[in-house]
Design a protein around this ligand. Sequence first.
Ligand code: G3D
Length: 204
Amino acid sequence: MYTLLSGLYKYMFQKDEYCVLILGLDNAGKTTFLEQTKTKFSKNYKGMNLSKITTTVGLNIGTIDVGKARLMFWDLGGQEELQSLWDKYYAESHGVIYVIDSTDEERLSESKEAFGECHTATLHSVMWMYLCLKQPLKDRFTNCLSVPDIKTAFSDSAPKIGKRDCLVQPCTALTGDGVNEGIEWMVKCVVRNIHRPPRQKDIT
Ligand code: G3D
């Protein structure tokens, strides 16, 4: 009887909470992506004016609920001096969204280097998504790296990802294209990852 009641309580009043890091170089578009995510997945959230967003310095936090899962995002500053703080968040995380600015070929090798630094043992069982951000708007031509270009550039990182599921997701944060697909994939993966169980949180 106790088990039944406790199961019912959990079902009705608790969420499974997962932490997802949003990493990448400064100016990659992390904060804009987080704003779009909150706007798309939170009913009453009135998003910020995307053109007024300034680069992440320190930390931005956002939470969304998808079914029984609560995703808590930590958008961490990507400036070189702040990258050394990223690993403080690894132990608590369930997923990483690594943001690559598809329009910035000049900084691609810098982005790969920062990516390489992330692969410590603490992140081995974490779900991983590469977000190829700033893909061209439908009606406009922008000179940018395509998803296959970015896959090729990051191909030598495949051994670091190993056998984990991994998604390379094209996205335009300004319009929201690709946001739903990426977030839905991340939710599915963190929920079924038995190596990093969620935290149980009362619904408030
Ligand atoms: P950060 O949090 O990673 O530092 P921001 O990056 O979210 O502050 O975004 C940096 C710049 O990229 C912003 O422009 C923002 O509007 C732009 N940006 C974000 N997403 C997209 C996108 O999908 N497409 C395009 N073309 N630009 C995008 P400004 O001019 O304010 O620096």
